[in-house]
Design a protein around this ligand. Structure first.
Ligand code: AMP
Ligand code: ZN
Ligand code: FE
Ligand code: FE
Length: 285
């Protein structure tokens, strides 16, 4: 069984429509895929409506968090998307992305890059707007060669010249909110050092004590040493270990199913969740 628990669609900064994403998941030989757009569940309905036979959808989201000034991402699975407190927090984070993007555009303009809000809004479409959309605009304008090249200190990288913080949830609060909505939490790419400062192991231990369920170990941004260290940490702290592609369509180089989660771990996530069930595809029947 091939299980990929972390993907993005046009509901955030991926390039596949949710319906395309589930069709591509089948083509990639997946049996289970989680749709985890940044701070939103808006892609779920379209993914469910298009869900092919033989593929099971795990509903989820990737929540933007910050602890001790360090940005981090928390994957949340199988929570009740209507639960009001978590819904309000998702909306707060998502809505704050708009003025923040406009602020970053103003900084880019001051640096001589003629990007406009209209351009970024066109690229983002109905997705929750983020730096990858602005990075795509910079590529269109020829300011940088690739989306990755925009994530530097010169442009949009953490603390970079045109970077701005957005509202981000305290991860202890995120764990509490997701649990209250019947969901399961997995700390996304905790060792992704190229994205900026990473959360110290002592804090991961505190998150585990606060009810964190697992950590994502097999991820494109983790080298073999990092994976080995994180596997050891998960063992010490009694955390589940997941692996995922973090697929973003054509906006990143990774492919669906590039990293996978052990089916037994997937089973444990499903057992712990009470907010929603995985949905098997029927191919519209
Ligand atoms: P935002 O949520 O707007 O701050 O944008 C964060 C997103 O940008 C992440 O989810 C990644 O998809 C992408 N990202 C972050 N750091 C990098 C990087 N160094 N290179 C390429 N993409 C990145
Ligand atoms: Zn993303
Ligand atoms: Fe992430
Ligand atoms: Fe992601």
């Amino acid at each position: 069984m091939r299980v990929d628990l972390h993907t993005h669609s046009t509901a955030s900064d991926g390039t596949d429509r949710p319906g395309e994403l589930v069709r591509n998941a089948v083509a990639a030989g997946l049996d289970v895929v989680a749709l985890t757009d940044h701070d939103t569940t808006r892609g779920h309905a379209e993914a469910l409506a298009a869900l092919p036979e033989g593929l099971t959808l795990v509903t989820g989201a990737e929540l933007s968090c910050r602890v001790d000034g360090i940005s981090m991402h928390m994957l949340a699975y199988l929570f009740d998307a209507r639960e009001p407190a978590l819904l309000a927090e998702r909306e707060l984070v998502r809505d704050d992305r708009v003025p923040r993007a406009q602020g970053m555009i103003a900084k880019l303009n001051a640096l001589g890059a003629p990007v406009t809000w209209e351009q970024v809004a066109r690229i983002a479409g109905d997705g929750s707007v983020g730096r990858p959309h602005i990075a795509t605009a910079l590529v269109e304008l020829g300011v940088v060669r690739s989306v990755d090249d925009a994530f530097t200190a010169d442009w949009l990288g953490d603390g970079g010249r045109a970077h701005m913080d957005k509202h981000e949830t305290d991860p202890f609060e995120a764990i509490r909110l997701v649990k209250a909505a019947g969901g399961v939490t997995v700390f996304a790419h905790p060792g992704a050092a190229k994205r900026g400062r990473t959360v110290p192991e002592a804090t991961v231990a505190e998150l585990a004590a606060a009810g964190l369920d697992g950590i994502e170990v097999d991820h494109m941004d983790h080298d073999p040493d990092t994976r080995a260290r994180l596997r050891g940490l998960a063992g010490e702290l009694g955390l589940l270990v997941t692996g995922s592609s973090d697929y973003h369509g054509s906006r990143k180089t990774c492919v669906l199913g590039e990293n996978l989660t052990d089916p037994e771990v997937y089973g444990e996530i499903v057992r712990r969740a009470t907010g929603a069930f995985p949905v098997p595809g029927t191919g519209g029947r």
